[in-house]
Ligand binder design. Structure first.
Ligand code: GLC
Length: 544
């Protein structure tokens, strides 16, 4: 007999109010990441914008997420998808203006959604007025806000850019300047107090406009070794994150005081939060950024780089729960973002990759903490094949084409099966990255009518997470048996939901007398005391 899924109940207003009165919203929020250029194009120029996002807010409310984080919306030099900022207290005209941002916040709030902005404190654009002033006059006050070194044959140290090549480039007058990312992204010198003061103004500028907080870019950066000493070793992108081999560039102790100061500013604005991008190999170091007086959260990225195996996933989940548990912070789970290959492709592509991505979604949404869902992952988008001539990512160019870059996970969203897939208001608009011809099969309008689609799975899962306190806000224990990973989530009220994931290639029998809340595969079958779980499948079981 095929399993009848428990009907999706939405939590009553009382349940939600009771839960939110005891726990801040961000501890168990589902935050939807919008890559603004690729979400929805409201003015028909082929580039996503705030008007487009506003028009799609009802979709996000229907989906059931709690908040929206938008990638940088600021005027930018355009060298790194908006992460090279020219003016921190403005909106890029490509995306709209400050009034559009305010309208976005108000309209989102009316739908019960919060808006979180991206802020980039490690570096500016080389077109930022400070850097321009520093280029023109080496002795101006702005010059000490960056890392310049006098002309010499060799760069000041052995530091490498994360995008490839040396982290030092020359100015036209022969000085060196530091950029841990692209040359168009000079690193700020946080030992100059003017830098901190200006960022505090920026935070207040946006908090005064009602945003609910910030995702902090490269939060493990900012400060560098005071003597700019050589790093002991090289970084490899295959590692989980930076470690002792890069001890001089990242994770300097002084950076924690920045987060203490930012936390105190956020504390002046009710219900706001900071979530940091902390790409360090050791989860305990990552969690230190979420101590009670620092940021509210720091992303747990380990599952983004974990192979599809019970050992890797169990280790990723356990190590994060332990590390964040130590500091009393929730884990912020991430399975996809604008920097990594799409899950479906990472997990093997095709039907198997899709089945695994569905199972991974149920695992992530069961775990206690907040969950970050990257736009398009709820549609099961694969990594798009972007032709080299259309690529924009500096990683592709700076690696001489040896790294394919991140464009394939940044392709515009398909909304309906029409020419242009409903991304742009104008049907003839050329999207800023080409959309694969067959992507109308992933369109929102198509999937929303299909009971077996990835989108329906996400929507059901989010509604159940709202209704069952064991999902997203309980205590979790992790166990493995062969290819089966089990996370047992217990709520404060004693209710239990078990998430069982079959990561192997054969069917496995799961003993239970509980109720099947949801399965990632529509072909799950059950008898009174067992459930037969097909390969690459996860199930949520509510138990007494
Ligand atoms: C972060 C962003 C990435 C950007 C980099 C430099 O890692 O997520 O997209 O390229 O910082 O700002």
């Amino acid at each position: 007999m095929a399993v009848r899924l428990a009907s999706v109940r939405t939590a009553t207003r009382r349940q939600v109010a009771e839960r939110s009165s005891t726990s801040p919203w961000w501890r168990s929020a589902v935050v939807y990441q919008v890559y603004l250029r690729s979400f929805a194009d409201g003015n028909g120029d082929g580039v996503g914008d705030l008007a487009g996002l506003r028009s799609r807010l009802p979709y996000l409310s229907w989906l059931g997420v709690d908040a929206v984080w938008i990638n940088p919306h600021y005027p930018s030099g355009g060298a790194d998808g908006g992460y090279d900022i020219v003016d921190y207290r403005a909106v890029d005209p490509e995306y709209g203006d400050v009034a559009d941002l305010e309208a976005l916040v108000a309209e989102a709030r009316a739908l019960g959604l919060r808006v979180v902005l991206d802020v980039v404190p490690n570096h500016t654009s080389d077109r930022h007025p400070w850097f321009q002033a520093a280029l023109a006059d080496p002795d101006c006050p702005e010059a000490s806000r960056y890392h310049f070194a006098p002309p010499s044959e060799e760069p000041p140290n052995n530091w490498q850019s994360l995008f490839g090549g040396p982290a030092w480039s020359r100015t036209p007058d022969g000085r060196w300047y530091l950029h841990l990312f692209a040359p168009e992204q000079p690193d700020l010198n946080w030992r100059d107090p003017a830098v901190a003061a200006d960022f505090e103004r920026t935070l207040r500028f946006w908090l005064d406009r009602g945003v609910s907080g910030f995702r902090v870019d490269v939060a493990y950066g900012l400060y560098k070794d005071a003597g700019l000493r050589d790093n002991p070793g090289a970084y490899s992108p295959t590692l989980f994150g930076h470690g002792p081999e890069q001890a001089m560039t990242w994770n300097q102790p002084e950076v924690h005081d920045v987060w203490r100061r930012w936390r105190s500013i956020c504390d002046e604005y009710p219900d706001t939060m900071l979530v940091g991008e902390v790409c360090l190999a050791d989860p305990r170091e990552v969690a230190l950024y979420s101590r009670p007086d620092e940021m509210h959260q720091s992303f747990s990225f380990r599952l983004l780089k974990s192979a599809w195996s019970t050992e890797a996933f169990a280790d990723g989940v356990r190590s994060a729960l332990d590390a964040f548990g130590e500091v009393g912070a929730p884990v912020s789970w991430v399975l996809g973002n604008h920097d990594k290959d799409r899950q479906v492709t990472r997990f093997g592509g095709g039907a198997v990759g899709t089945a695994r991505a569905r199972a991974a979604a149920l695992l992530m949404l069961a775990l206690p903490g907040s969950a970050y869902v990257y736009a398009g992952d709820e549609l099961g988008l694969p990594q798009a094949d972007v032709p080299d001539e259309a690529k924009r990512d500096p990683i592709f160019f700076r690696s001489g084409g040896t790294r394919s870059g991140r464009d394939g996970c940044r392709v515009p969203m398909p909304w309906n099966p029409s020419p242009g897939v409903g991304f742009s208001a104008g049907a003839d608009a050329e999207p800023w990255l080409p959309i694969p011809a067959e992507w109308d099969r992933y369109a929102v309008s198509r999937q929303s009518r299909d009971g077996g689609s990835m989108l329906t799975l996400y929507r059901r899962a989010l509604a159940l997470r709202e209704a069952h306190p064991a999902l997203g806000s309980g205590q979790a224990t992790v166990s493995t048996r062969g290819d089966v990973l089990t996370v047992r989530c217990t709520a404060d009220d004693g209710s239990v939901v078990r998430c069982v994931v079959n990561m192997g290639s054969g069917t496995t029998l799961v003993r239970t007398r509980g109720t099947v809340l949801l399965a990632s595969n529509t072909h799950v079958r059950r008898s009174p005391a067992t459930v037969a779980l097909p390969p690459h499948t996860a199930i949520w079981l509510a138990e007494g």
